[in-house]
Design a protein around this ligand. Structure first.
Ligand code: SF4
Length: 345
């Protein structure tokens, strides 16, 4: 095996003395806890994840407990973290670990990567932290560190650049000390080599850094070539009988799958579909929410209906207005509901 790269050696030495050692998912070899943290951290900051992680573990202390729980309970404990496909895959993955592996996560990155919601990088992180396996991670933070350190030009989402980064990540792996190395990459990307204003003066690998040498930290990694973000507009019908709001559970897949949201569509069409008669209608201020692939303008309309109205078909739930924002609804819907609470309250 070739001598370890200086980058690798310096990173390991730095992580051992200056890296993070006290995150709630560190200091354990339990693959369930490590996997859960990795999935939660995929698109969410550490500070946001910590309370969710702890509540989630209290409710689902093991992969078997998670596998046996109803999907609605899992979604409810995820509500607010966004990217709900992660919660659905989390549940599916727990069920496969229970059924295919008797409740024990497989101890190899290759097998882990076959499970739902576990990509190559997450599989490598779990294999490294839980089983000490020598496997390369390459998440968004690591791509940024490598592009800057090694002066890699081009958008990392492009197939050829992506392959180049994976090859580089593999070539940098140490023979031992995989845990501090992997953690060191994560720590460097999260704490010093941040997207804006990296703290190069404190960086353990500054001496070999091409972006720093050339003053190109702001230009690397290259940003995605600009394409217009598609825009959509949707009307949400906030049906209230005075004290309660009518929410509808979405089908399990698609946007906000499995979550409760107000019915979507033209108010007259929605009310006739639900057999409700309108007493008064009031448009509320619209606002925009940006998803990964599109921007949605949410146009809320408050519709008051008679208290004796129907709306008790399967999939529909009347929820007290003051409780509705916490009823396992996605974050932008929470904002809509708060608007209703302020006009009805
Ligand atoms: S020197 Fe600066 S740009 Fe280079 S890896 Fe360190 S923090 Fe990132």
């Amino acid at each position: 095996m070739a001598a370890p790269h200086r980058f690798t050696e310096q990173l390991i030495a730095w992580q051992k003395v200056a890296g993070r050692h006290d995150l709630p998912w560190q200091n354990t070899r339990d693959p369930y806890r490590i996997w859960l943290s990795e999935i939660m951290l995929q698109q969410t900051q550490v500070g946001t994840v910590i309370p969710y992680y702890q509540r989630f573990l209290d409710r689902f202390p093991s992969v078997t407990a998670l596998a046996e729980a109803p999907l609605a309970a899992v979604i409810e404990h995820w509500a607010g973290l966004g990217y709900y496909a992660r919660a659905r895959n989390l549940h599916k993955c727990a069920q496969q670990v229970a059924s295919r592996y008797g409740g024990q996560f497989p101890a190899s990155a290759e097998l882990l990567a076959e499970l739902p919601g576990i990509g190559r990088s997450t599989a490598a992180a779990v294999a490294a932290f839980a089983f000490g396996q020598r496997a390369a991670i390459l998440d968004g933070n690591v791509k940024r560190v490598l592009c800057r350190q090694f002066g890699i030009e081009g958008f990392p989402g492009q197939a050829a650049i992506h392959r180049q980064l994976w090859d580089l990540a593999e070539s940098l792996l140490p023979a031992g000390d995989i845990e501090p190395y992997t953690q060191g990459l994560m720590d460097l990307g999260a704490t010093l080599c941040t997207r804006s204003r990296p703290r190069c003066a404190e960086c353990p690998v500054a001496a070999g850094c091409i972006a720093r040498r050339d003053g190109r930290q702001g230009a690397l990694p290259a940003s995605k070539p600009r394409t217009a973000v598609p825009e959509r507009t949707s009307t949400f019908v906030l049906i209230s009988d005075g004290a309660r709001l009518l929410l509808e559970r979405r089908p399990p897949s698609g946007l906000w799958g499995g979550l409760l949201v107000p019915p979507e569509g033209e108010p007259a069409v929605v009310l006739s579909r639900l057999g409700l008669s309108l007493l008064a209608e009031q448009p509320l201020p619209a606002f925009k929410h940006t998803f990964t692939h599109f921007r949605l303008t949410l146009q809320p309309v408050l519709c008051r209906v008679a208290p004796s109205g129907r709306g008790d078909e399967p999939g529909l739930e009347w929820v007290a207005v003051e409780r509705a924002a916490d009823a396992g609804v996605p974050a932008p819907i929470r904002k809509l509901i708060r608007q209703v609470a302020s006009v009805t309250g």
